[in-house]
Structures are given as C-alpha cells and as structure tokens.
Design a protein around this ligand. Structure first.
Ligand SMILES: [Zn+2]
Length: 86
C-alpha cells in the first residue's frame, strides 16, 4: 500500500514522562518504542498520542532540569536568578 506520510517537526516535540514535559533534541522523529533521551538525561520510550489527550491524566508540568539547560543554551536568565533583580 502507498505510504501516507504525516510530517512532524522534531523541534516541537516535548515528550511527557510521568506528568512532566521535557525538552528533547532529536535528530528526527523517533519510531514508536524507540528509546529517546531528554536534555536533562531522562530517558523514555517514544509513544504518540493526539495532542488532545495531553491533559487527560493531569496537566503536565515542565521539567526544571531541561528548563535550565535550554535557558543556558539560549542565554536566557534562570528563573531563580531573576528574583530580586528587577
Ligand atoms: Zn527534563
């Protein structure tokens, strides 16, 4: 059968592991069941669900460790260090 390809942007992927969403720098779209590593070092097995199911169990919160990594890479001040400087 002819492939029906659904293109996804790997930059936009924020994998959720046990209610916490992470940043991941992926070379491409992982296959379902493929092990992927987050910026903070957490690993998980890739699975895909519609975005509408993201909040079904609980609203995911952001991974603090990934947030620190991304802020350092982009030159954004850390959240803690901004307190008291304004
Ligand atoms: Zn993380």
């Amino acid at each position: 059968m002819t492939a029906a390809v659904i293109y996804l942007d790997p930059i936009m992927l924020n994998p959720v592991i046990e209610g916490v969403w992470h940043h991941a720098r992926l070379a491409g779209i992982p296959d379902p069941g493929e092990s992927i590593t987050m910026l903070c070092g957490a690993t998980g097995v890739a699975s895909f669900l519609p975005l509408g199911q993201r909040r079904n169990r609980s609203v995911p919160r952001q991974c603090d460790s990934c947030d620190v990594v991304v802020r350092r890479q982009r030159g954004i001040p850390l959240r803690q260090s901004r307190i008291g400087h304004s």
